[in-house]
Design a protein around this ligand. Structure first.
Ligand SMILES: [Zn+2]
Length: 209
């Protein structure tokens, strides 16, 4: 334990109580964890997406705090759950890590980009490179307010562009949540058009059991 941990005991991202170690013993067994291949989603332009949690109960409340209430430090905890799953399912399938960005406007307003924090924390856990490869060119209505697969695809169509070197690379794309996969797929499409060899993905949570 280091001095910072003594001064500011780490609090569980789910129940908010102080904890020792990386994972909360109180919440163990109460979280909606995914298991086996049920954690995997496939998309039109990404070959695989793994997620340690379902987006429900304490996880959905926690992710909302991570996104909207300034809880930047949650990235570290989520990375501790994501990294082993990535290692187990996606080992050798990527050589660089990137993320699904929010627009500059939204990042400025919020003070941070939660997917960027998560991607960097996962990269740190895995000892791998994390680079910005995408920018979001315009703000789009939140996908959660848009119903239907086709509408969700249209909502994010053309919203992202590549601003890094994607050519010939195998990419792990990180985001906080995957629902229909429309946003992930649109980002993967742009990376493939920029010459990426393959795109796999990881999110902290996946919607729907
Ligand atoms: Zn807890």
């Amino acid at each position: 334990m280091n001095l910072l941990d003594l001064l500011f005991p780490k609090k569980c991202v789910f129940c908010g109580k102080p904890m020792d170690g990386d994972k909360c013993k109180r919440c163990a067994g109460l979280l909606p964890v995914t298991e086996g291949m049920r954690s995997v989603k496939r998309g039109e332009f990404f070959s695989l997406c793994v997620s340690p949690f379902y987006y429900s109960g304490p996880v959905s409340e926690s992710i909302r705090r991570f996104k909207f209430s300034g809880r930047r430090s949650y990235a570290g905890t989520y990375a501790k759950y994501c990294a082993p799953l990535v290692r187990e399912r996606l080992e050798g399938r990527f050589d660089v890590i990137t993320w699904v960005p929010v627009s500059r406007k939204r990042a400025r307003k919020r003070g941070y980009d939660q997917a960027e924090l998560l991607a960097k924390a996962i990269a740190k856990e895995l000892g791998m490179r994390c680079e910005r490869l995408l920018v979001k060119k315009r703000d789009t209505p939140a996908q959660s307010t848009v119903t239907g697969g086709a509408r969700r695809r249209a909502n994010v169509s053309g919203a992202f562009s590549v601003n890094g070197d994607a050519a010939g690379r195998k990419i792990l794309l990180v985001d906080d949540i995957i629902t229909t996969g429309a946003t992930m797929s649109e980002c993967a499409r742009m990376l493939l058009m920029a010459g990426a060899e393959d795109v796999v993905a990881c999110t902290a949570a996946t919607a729907g059991r």
